[in-house]
Design a protein around this ligand. Sequence first.
Ligand SMILES: Nc1ncnc2c1ncn2[C@@H]1O[C@H](COP(=O)(O)OP(=O)(O)OP(=O)(O)O)[C@@H](O)[C@H]1O
Length: 278
Amino acid sequence: MGIGNNGLGSPIIQVRNLSSHYGGRTILHEISFDIPSGKVTVIMGVSGCGKSTLLRHLIGLKPTAPGCLFVEGEDAGLFRTAQWNAYRKRLGVLFQGGALFSSLSVRDNLAVPLRVHTRLAESTIRIITDIKLHQVGLTEFGDFMPSQLSGGMRKRAGLARAMVMDPEILFVDEPSSGLDPITAAGLDELLVELKHAMGMTLVVVTHELESAFRIADQIVVMDAGRILAAGTPEAVRSCEDIRVRQFLERRADERAVDQGRYEKRLAAIGSKKRVPPF
Ligand SMILES: Nc1ncnc2c1ncn2[C@@H]1O[C@H](COP(=O)(O)OP(=O)(O)OP(=O)(O)O)[C@@H](O)[C@H]1O
Protein backbone atom coordinates (compact mmCIF):
# COMPACT_ATOMS: atom_id res chain seq x y z
CA MET A 1 0.00 0.00 0.00
CA GLY A 2 1.18 3.49 -0.79
CA ILE A 3 3.13 5.11 1.95
CA GLY A 4 4.01 8.79 1.87
CA ASN A 5 1.94 11.82 1.11
CA ASN A 6 -1.24 9.87 0.18
CA GLY A 7 -2.73 13.08 -1.19
CA LEU A 8 -3.32 14.34 2.36
CA GLY A 9 -1.19 17.45 2.14
CA SER A 10 2.20 18.35 3.51
CA PRO A 11 3.57 16.28 6.38
CA ILE A 12 4.38 17.88 9.72
CA ILE A 13 6.12 14.69 10.89
CA GLN A 14 7.88 12.07 8.78
CA VAL A 15 8.90 8.67 10.11
CA ARG A 16 11.56 6.90 8.06
CA ASN A 17 12.84 3.36 8.63
CA LEU A 18 12.29 3.68 12.37
CA SER A 19 13.31 0.63 14.36
CA SER A 20 12.86 0.36 18.10
CA HIS A 21 14.12 -2.08 20.68
CA TYR A 22 13.55 -2.98 24.31
CA GLY A 23 16.73 -4.72 25.41
CA GLY A 24 17.58 -7.14 22.62
CA ARG A 25 14.00 -7.35 21.39
CA THR A 26 12.98 -5.47 18.25
CA ILE A 27 9.55 -3.90 18.66
CA LEU A 28 9.35 -1.68 15.55
CA HIS A 29 10.85 -2.90 12.28
CA GLU A 30 11.93 -0.05 9.98
CA ILE A 31 8.58 1.66 9.77
CA SER A 32 7.92 4.66 7.53
CA PHE A 33 4.90 6.93 7.19
CA ASP A 34 3.94 10.61 7.21
CA ILE A 35 1.71 12.56 9.58
CA PRO A 36 -0.04 15.20 7.47
CA SER A 37 -0.52 18.66 8.92
CA GLY A 38 -4.02 19.63 10.10
CA LYS A 39 -5.42 16.11 9.65
CA VAL A 40 -6.36 13.20 11.89
CA THR A 41 -3.99 10.24 11.67
CA VAL A 42 -5.21 7.13 13.46
CA ILE A 43 -2.68 4.47 14.40
CA MET A 44 -4.32 1.13 14.96
CA GLY A 45 -3.48 -2.50 15.46
CA VAL A 46 -3.91 -5.30 17.96
CA SER A 47 -2.59 -5.09 21.48
CA GLY A 48 1.20 -5.40 21.65
CA CYS A 49 1.85 -4.46 18.00
CA GLY A 50 3.91 -1.43 19.05
CA LYS A 51 1.47 1.52 18.91
CA SER A 52 2.47 2.99 22.27
CA THR A 53 6.15 2.47 21.51
CA LEU A 54 5.71 4.43 18.29
CA LEU A 55 3.86 7.15 20.21
CA ARG A 56 6.76 7.36 22.67
CA HIS A 57 9.16 8.04 19.79
CA LEU A 58 6.84 10.64 18.27
CA ILE A 59 6.60 12.64 21.49
CA GLY A 60 10.26 12.27 22.39
CA LEU A 61 9.85 9.97 25.39
CA LYS A 62 12.02 7.33 23.70
CA PRO A 63 15.24 8.33 21.89
CA THR A 64 15.20 8.07 18.11
CA ALA A 65 18.25 7.45 15.92
CA PRO A 66 19.21 10.17 13.42
CA GLY A 67 17.50 9.93 10.06
CA CYS A 68 14.33 8.24 11.38
CA LEU A 69 12.07 11.05 12.62
CA PHE A 70 11.68 14.45 10.98
CA VAL A 71 9.65 17.38 12.31
CA GLU A 72 8.95 19.86 9.52
CA GLY A 73 11.98 18.45 7.73
CA GLU A 74 14.30 18.77 10.75
CA ASP A 75 15.94 15.55 11.92
CA ALA A 76 14.66 14.98 15.47
CA GLY A 77 17.36 12.36 15.97
CA LEU A 78 19.82 15.28 16.00
CA PHE A 79 17.75 17.53 18.29
CA ARG A 80 19.50 18.97 21.31
CA THR A 81 17.66 19.38 24.61
CA ALA A 82 16.52 22.91 23.75
CA GLN A 83 15.03 21.73 20.45
CA TRP A 84 13.23 18.85 22.16
CA ASN A 85 11.82 21.28 24.70
CA ALA A 86 10.68 23.62 21.93
CA TYR A 87 9.08 20.70 20.07
CA ARG A 88 7.33 19.40 23.21
CA LYS A 89 5.81 22.84 23.78
CA ARG A 90 4.03 22.40 20.45
CA LEU A 91 2.49 19.10 21.56
CA GLY A 92 -0.50 18.13 23.65
CA VAL A 93 -0.79 14.58 24.92
CA LEU A 94 -3.85 12.85 26.34
CA PHE A 95 -2.81 9.57 27.89
CA GLN A 96 -5.19 6.66 28.26
CA GLY A 97 -6.35 7.24 31.84
CA GLY A 98 -6.79 11.00 31.38
CA ALA A 99 -4.40 11.28 34.35
CA LEU A 100 -6.17 14.18 36.09
CA PHE A 101 -4.83 15.16 39.50
CA SER A 102 -7.49 13.80 41.84
CA SER A 103 -6.90 16.43 44.54
CA LEU A 104 -7.42 19.37 42.18
CA SER A 105 -10.69 20.70 40.77
CA VAL A 106 -11.24 20.32 37.04
CA ARG A 107 -10.39 23.99 36.50
CA ASP A 108 -7.18 23.74 38.54
CA ASN A 109 -6.23 20.65 36.56
CA LEU A 110 -6.51 22.67 33.37
CA ALA A 111 -4.54 25.52 34.93
CA VAL A 112 -1.53 23.33 35.81
CA PRO A 113 0.30 23.57 32.44
CA LEU A 114 -0.39 27.33 32.28
CA ARG A 115 0.95 27.88 35.81
CA VAL A 116 4.02 25.71 35.16
CA HIS A 117 4.95 26.89 31.67
CA THR A 118 3.75 30.51 31.48
CA ARG A 119 3.77 33.65 33.58
CA LEU A 120 0.18 34.52 32.80
CA ALA A 121 -1.86 36.37 35.41
CA GLU A 122 -4.46 34.30 37.26
CA SER A 123 -7.23 36.35 35.63
CA THR A 124 -5.94 35.36 32.17
CA ILE A 125 -5.59 31.73 33.24
CA ARG A 126 -9.21 31.85 34.36
CA ILE A 127 -10.31 33.10 30.92
CA ILE A 128 -8.29 30.46 29.08
CA THR A 129 -9.53 27.60 31.28
CA ASP A 130 -13.13 28.82 30.84
CA ILE A 131 -12.70 28.77 27.04
CA LYS A 132 -11.26 25.26 27.11
CA LEU A 133 -13.99 23.98 29.42
CA HIS A 134 -16.54 25.45 27.03
CA GLN A 135 -14.86 23.81 24.02
CA VAL A 136 -15.23 20.37 25.58
CA GLY A 137 -18.75 20.97 26.90
CA LEU A 138 -17.81 21.20 30.59
CA THR A 139 -18.63 24.87 31.24
CA GLU A 140 -20.61 24.00 34.36
CA PHE A 141 -18.08 21.59 35.82
CA GLY A 142 -14.94 23.66 36.48
CA ASP A 143 -15.39 23.46 40.24
CA PHE A 144 -16.07 19.73 40.31
CA MET A 145 -13.46 17.25 41.47
CA PRO A 146 -12.42 14.55 38.96
CA SER A 147 -14.07 11.87 41.12
CA GLN A 148 -17.42 13.64 40.65
CA LEU A 149 -17.27 13.28 36.85
CA SER A 150 -18.38 10.39 34.64
CA GLY A 151 -15.74 8.54 32.60
CA GLY A 152 -16.64 10.47 29.46
CA MET A 153 -16.47 13.80 31.28
CA ARG A 154 -13.08 12.89 32.73
CA LYS A 155 -11.84 12.20 29.20
CA ARG A 156 -13.18 15.56 28.07
CA ALA A 157 -11.46 17.28 31.00
CA GLY A 158 -8.21 15.47 30.13
CA LEU A 159 -8.63 16.61 26.56
CA ALA A 160 -9.18 20.21 27.68
CA ARG A 161 -6.02 20.05 29.76
CA ALA A 162 -4.04 18.56 26.85
CA MET A 163 -5.22 21.50 24.72
CA VAL A 164 -4.82 24.30 27.21
CA MET A 165 -1.50 25.45 25.71
CA ASP A 166 -3.04 25.43 22.21
CA PRO A 167 -0.87 22.62 20.85
CA GLU A 168 -0.23 22.33 17.13
CA ILE A 169 -0.16 18.56 17.39
CA LEU A 170 -2.37 16.62 19.76
CA PHE A 171 -1.58 12.98 20.57
CA VAL A 172 -4.44 10.97 22.03
CA ASP A 173 -3.95 7.43 23.35
CA GLU A 174 -7.06 5.23 23.24
CA PRO A 175 -9.76 7.93 23.54
CA SER A 176 -12.59 5.39 23.70
CA SER A 177 -11.15 3.06 26.32
CA GLY A 178 -13.55 2.47 29.17
CA LEU A 179 -16.39 4.41 27.52
CA ASP A 180 -19.78 3.14 26.36
CA PRO A 181 -20.31 3.37 22.57
CA ILE A 182 -22.46 6.52 22.71
CA THR A 183 -20.06 8.42 24.93
CA ALA A 184 -17.16 7.20 22.76
CA ALA A 185 -18.92 8.45 19.61
CA GLY A 186 -19.47 11.84 21.32
CA LEU A 187 -15.78 12.07 22.11
CA ASP A 188 -14.90 11.21 18.51
CA GLU A 189 -17.16 14.02 17.29
CA LEU A 190 -15.48 16.40 19.70
CA LEU A 191 -12.04 15.47 18.38
CA VAL A 192 -13.12 16.14 14.81
CA GLU A 193 -14.74 19.46 15.83
CA LEU A 194 -11.54 20.52 17.56
CA LYS A 195 -9.48 19.66 14.52
CA HIS A 196 -11.71 21.88 12.38
CA ALA A 197 -11.98 24.69 14.92
CA MET A 198 -8.30 24.86 15.82
CA GLY A 199 -6.60 23.50 12.71
CA MET A 200 -4.73 21.02 14.89
CA THR A 201 -2.92 17.93 13.70
CA LEU A 202 -4.24 14.91 15.60
CA VAL A 203 -2.55 11.57 16.13
CA VAL A 204 -4.91 9.07 17.73
CA VAL A 205 -3.95 5.59 18.87
CA THR A 206 -6.87 3.21 19.11
CA HIS A 207 -8.03 -0.41 18.94
CA GLU A 208 -11.51 0.72 17.93
CA LEU A 209 -12.16 0.15 14.27
CA GLU A 210 -15.46 2.02 14.23
CA SER A 211 -13.94 5.03 15.93
CA ALA A 212 -10.94 4.99 13.57
CA PHE A 213 -13.13 5.10 10.46
CA ARG A 214 -15.30 7.81 12.03
CA ILE A 215 -12.51 10.29 12.66
CA ALA A 216 -9.51 9.47 10.45
CA ASP A 217 -8.18 11.33 7.46
CA GLN A 218 -5.41 8.74 7.43
CA ILE A 219 -5.29 5.28 9.00
CA VAL A 220 -2.04 3.50 9.77
CA VAL A 221 -2.55 -0.22 10.40
CA MET A 222 0.22 -1.88 12.39
CA ASP A 223 0.94 -5.52 13.00
CA ALA A 224 3.85 -6.99 14.97
CA GLY A 225 5.91 -3.80 14.73
CA ARG A 226 5.37 -3.28 11.01
CA ILE A 227 3.03 -1.07 9.01
CA LEU A 228 0.60 -3.14 6.98
CA ALA A 229 -1.19 -0.19 5.39
CA ALA A 230 -1.23 3.58 5.54
CA GLY A 231 -3.71 5.69 3.65
CA THR A 232 -7.13 7.26 3.60
CA PRO A 233 -9.95 5.25 5.25
CA GLU A 234 -11.23 4.39 1.75
CA ALA A 235 -7.80 3.16 0.65
CA VAL A 236 -7.41 1.04 3.80
CA ARG A 237 -10.93 -0.33 3.46
CA SER A 238 -10.22 -1.47 -0.09
CA CYS A 239 -6.71 -2.74 0.66
CA GLU A 240 -6.32 -6.33 -0.51
CA ASP A 241 -3.45 -7.32 1.76
CA ILE A 242 -4.67 -10.48 3.48
CA ARG A 243 -3.47 -9.38 6.94
CA VAL A 244 -5.25 -6.02 6.63
CA ARG A 245 -8.42 -7.83 5.54
CA GLN A 246 -8.13 -10.20 8.50
CA PHE A 247 -7.68 -7.27 10.87
CA LEU A 248 -10.68 -5.37 9.47
CA GLU A 249 -12.94 -8.40 9.14
CA ARG A 250 -12.18 -10.01 12.46
CA ARG A 251 -13.18 -6.81 14.20
CA ALA A 252 -16.28 -6.58 12.03
CA ASP A 253 -17.23 -10.16 12.96
CA GLU A 254 -16.83 -9.38 16.64
CA ARG A 255 -19.19 -6.43 16.34
CA ALA A 256 -21.73 -8.41 14.36
CA VAL A 257 -22.30 -10.91 17.18
CA ASP A 258 -25.64 -10.24 18.79
CA GLN A 259 -25.32 -10.23 22.58
CA GLY A 260 -28.61 -12.10 23.19
CA ARG A 261 -27.70 -14.86 20.75
CA TYR A 262 -24.22 -15.03 22.22
CA GLU A 263 -25.64 -15.53 25.73
CA LYS A 264 -28.08 -18.20 24.48
CA ARG A 265 -25.17 -20.00 22.85
CA LEU A 266 -23.19 -19.88 26.06
CA ALA A 267 -26.19 -21.22 28.06
CA ALA A 268 -26.78 -24.00 25.49
CA ILE A 269 -23.12 -25.02 25.52
CA GLY A 270 -23.31 -25.23 29.33
CA SER A 271 -26.56 -27.28 29.33
CA LYS A 272 -25.59 -29.57 26.43
CA LYS A 273 -28.72 -28.45 24.48
CA ARG A 274 -28.51 -27.87 20.74
CA VAL A 275 -26.20 -24.90 20.26
CA PRO A 276 -27.92 -22.20 18.15
CA PRO A 277 -25.92 -20.50 15.39
CA PHE A 278 -24.79 -16.87 15.76
N1 LIG B 1 9.10 -0.74 28.84
C1 LIG B 1 9.09 -1.88 28.15
N2 LIG B 1 10.06 -2.80 28.35
C2 LIG B 1 10.10 -3.96 27.64
N3 LIG B 1 9.16 -4.29 26.72
C3 LIG B 1 8.17 -3.43 26.49
C4 LIG B 1 8.08 -2.18 27.20
N4 LIG B 1 6.97 -1.51 26.75
C5 LIG B 1 6.40 -2.31 25.82
N5 LIG B 1 7.13 -3.44 25.67
C6 LIG B 1 6.82 -4.53 24.74
O1 LIG B 1 6.77 -3.99 23.44
C7 LIG B 1 5.73 -4.58 22.68
C8 LIG B 1 4.86 -3.50 22.09
O2 LIG B 1 4.21 -2.83 23.18
P1 LIG B 1 3.33 -1.53 22.97
O3 LIG B 1 2.86 -1.10 24.33
O4 LIG B 1 4.07 -0.55 22.15
O5 LIG B 1 2.12 -2.14 22.13
P2 LIG B 1 0.66 -1.53 21.90
O6 LIG B 1 0.32 -1.85 20.50
O7 LIG B 1 0.63 -0.10 22.31
O8 LIG B 1 -0.22 -2.39 22.88
P3 LIG B 1 -1.58 -1.97 23.67
O9 LIG B 1 -2.60 -1.69 22.61
O10 LIG B 1 -1.89 -3.17 24.48
O11 LIG B 1 -1.25 -0.75 24.49
C9 LIG B 1 4.98 -5.53 23.62
O12 LIG B 1 5.42 -6.85 23.37
C10 LIG B 1 5.42 -5.09 24.98
O13 LIG B 1 5.48 -6.18 25.86
